[in-house]
Structures are given as C-alpha cells and as structure tokens.
Design a binder for this molecule. Structure first.
Ligand SMILES: *Cc1c(COP(=O)(O)O)cnc(C)c1O
Length: 357
C-alpha cells in the first residue's frame, strides 16, 4: 500500500536509501563487526559499578566532556592543548563533517573498497560522492587515479581510512602525503584501527592545517560506549563543534570511558592478545588451499575463497558469523572478512571454515 503523505513529506534521498544492515548473531560466534572479543577487565568492574551508580543522572552531562577530553589527550599521547571534538562514535563525527560542508554541488571522495559510511552519509546529507578504485592486487592507493579524481571533482572532503576497512592495509605514507597536498578541501584520516597498526598520522597535524584525524574507542574494546574523537586545528574544530548536538555524549559513557582509559594498560594487554591471534589466524588461513589471505594492520583479515556464498552459508550453519563482502564491490569478488576473536573463537572459525570450503 502506497502512503502518499509519506512519499510527499520524506526527502527523496531518504526514500531511496536502505537502512544500515546489522546481522543478528543469535547464539553464533560473532566475528563480523571488528569488536574486541574480551570484556571490560575484571579489575575495573567494581570500580565502574560504584562510579556509575553515583552518577548524577538527573542532570545533563558536561556538554564539553572536559574531563574525558583531558583523559583522551593524556591516554593517547596528544599535546595537552590539542583541540578535540568528541562524537557518539566516530560515525557521528563523519556525519558532523558531512553536514558542515553539505550541498548539491559538494563532493566527498574516498578510495574503494572502503568504509561504507562515507558514501551513505554523503547521500544522507545531500552531497555528491565519488569513489576511486584501489589497485586490485594489494589494495594500495592508485595514486594517479586519486590525483586525477581530486583534480576533476575538487572534493570538499577526502576520506582515507588508515588502516583501511575492509582491506586491512595502511596506504603508503608518501601516497597519503600526495593526496593531502593535492586536496583543495580537507583530508580526513580515519584511524579507527590505530590500536592494531602501531602508527599514526597525528604528527602530520603540525604539518598540514587542513588535516583531520579521527579515532574511536570502539575497536579498542569499548564499542558499547559509542565514543570517537576528532583531532584537528582549532579553527576547524570550532566550526564542526557548531554542528554537534550539545549533549551528544551521555554521562555514563563519559564516566566509564574516563575510568577505563585511566587503566589503558589493561586494554593494551587485550590488544597484544588480539595481535598474537591475528598472526596465528593469518598463518592458518595461508596454509589452506583455495584461500587467499591479505596481510592486515587491523583486527580483522580479508580473504578470498572460490565460492564466498557457499562458504559464508557453511560458516553460518556451523555457528560462526563473519562478514560477506562478495557483491559489495567488484574488487571484492568472493571475499570474506573475519574479525580476530579469542583463541577459542578463532579455532572454532578455522574448523568451520575447513569443513565449509
Ligand atoms: C568501525 C569504523 C568506524 C566507526 O566507528 P564508531 O566509532 O564505532 O562509529 C569508523 N571508521 C572506520 C574505518 C571503521 O571501520
């Protein structure tokens, strides 16, 4: 049945869009969303419980989240005066950037295959979007194609996920610099997987005034808190802050993140365990015939099989949920992506994979 009023009132972009799909894992082992498989360290549980139970929930949260910002600067080794903007996840920061520049003649540009939210948010905010294919063999930046597209499209924003999702690699730093130097607008380096990459573009902020660095606590182990941050020059932060809703980070989230980051070393232990498992999983996948796996600087591995639909269904049947990328981009033909889990989860995945190939 056609709802005429709805068709008349809702924007055409929204009518044409489909909602972001999140698969319900049910009882399955969940290796589809780059979550840290380990819970909040036991040493912190009691402290969090008393902290959160005393929280003044009758009051609005600190709209500037000053305490948490100071903690983030200290915890991630940023300068004490580094301007920051916090978001309800870095997804919200991507949306804030897109809203601040939006217009029918405005273009947002990103390499592909890449993080789907850049394209979805560009469409939702009424701007244009241009995707530039990566090199097929190793998913490195096709620098000539990137520079040509920047020249042609004059994008207001270039997004570079570094490491890239879903391919897992970091683009060559010299190529990144060439993109930054050629861009007529801002360049956003999205470091969602920073914890697993051991490298950052934060130092480039001093060199390039039109560079924005995004990070998130999600992949580090706090996906449920929904906290991301943007580091950039103060004049950019000031403009993007106007686009932010005043109380975007709840009191409980601010308190919990502050308390957990105060014990950053506990998260670092989890990261070390994930990195060791990433190597083990990579080696095990490499040993399977009919599987091609790429190196990863993130907490997931991209691999190719001969029939992704069959393997994906086989894994589901055997109780393991991963991400099927086949069909999402021409360069991801028969590709699947698995998040690094606990040793037990990874064993279960490998066992299910062997019998599904
Ligand atoms: C997961 C991810 C994000 C979003 O993270 P949230 O902070 O949870 O919104 C941003 N960028 C990339 C590249 C990601 O993979």
């Amino acid at each position: 049945m056609m709802n005429d009023r709805l068709q008349r009132i809702i924007r055409p972009q929204t009518l044409a869009a489909s909602a972001y799909q999140v698969h319900d894992a049910g009882d399955r082992i969940k290796l589809d969303a780059m979550e840290n498989p380990y819970p909040v360290p036991a040493a912190l549980r009691a402290e969090l419980a008393s902290l959160l139970s005393a929280a003044p929930l009758n009051r609005y949260p600190d709209p500037q989240a000053r305490r948490l910002k100071a903690r983030i600067r200290a915890s991630f080794g940023l300068a004490a005066d580094q301007p920051l903007l916090l978001g309800n996840g870095s997804d919200e920061l991507i949306q804030i950037i897109a809203q601040a520049v939006a217009g029918p003649d405005v273009t947002l540009l990103a390499p592909e295959p890449g993080f789907a939210m850049y394209r979805l948010i560009a469409a939702a905010t009424g701007s244009r979007y241009a995707g530039v294919d990566l090199n097929a063999a190793d998913f490195s930046l096709d620098i000539d194609a990137m520079l040509a597209a920047i020249e042609r499209e004059r994008p207001a924003v270039v997004f570079l996920a570094w490491p890239n999702n879903p391919t897992g690699n970091r683009f060559d730093l010299n190529a990144v610099r060439r993109v930054i130097e050629a861009a007529p607008g801002i360049v956003v380096i999205d470091e969602a997987y920073h914890a697993f990459a051991g490298n950052s573009c934060v130092d480039l902020l001093a060199e390039y005034a039109h560079l924005i660095v995004l990070r998130t606590l999600s992949k580090l182990g706090l996906a449920g808190l929904r906290i991301g941050f943007m580091a950039a020059a103060g004049d950019w932060i000031e403009q993007f802050d106007k686009q932010r809703l005043p109380y975007n980070l709840g009191t409980l989230n601010q308190l919990a993140a502050d308390a957990i980051l105060a014990r950053h070393e506990l998260l670092d232990e989890q990261v070390a365990a994930i990195l060791a498992e990433r190597e083990r999983l990579h080696t095990a996948l490499q040993a399977l015939s009919g599987v091609q796996v790429w190196p990863s600087d993130a907490n997931f591995l991209l691999f190719r099989v001969t029939d992704a639909d069959r393997v994906y269904a086989g894994l589901l049947e055997r109780g393991v949920l991963i991400k099927k990328l086949h069909g999402s981009h021409a360069l991801l033909d028969n590709c699947l992506r698995v998040t690094v889990g606990t040793p037990e989860e990874n064993d279960a995945f490998l066992e299910a994979l062997r019998t599904s190939l």
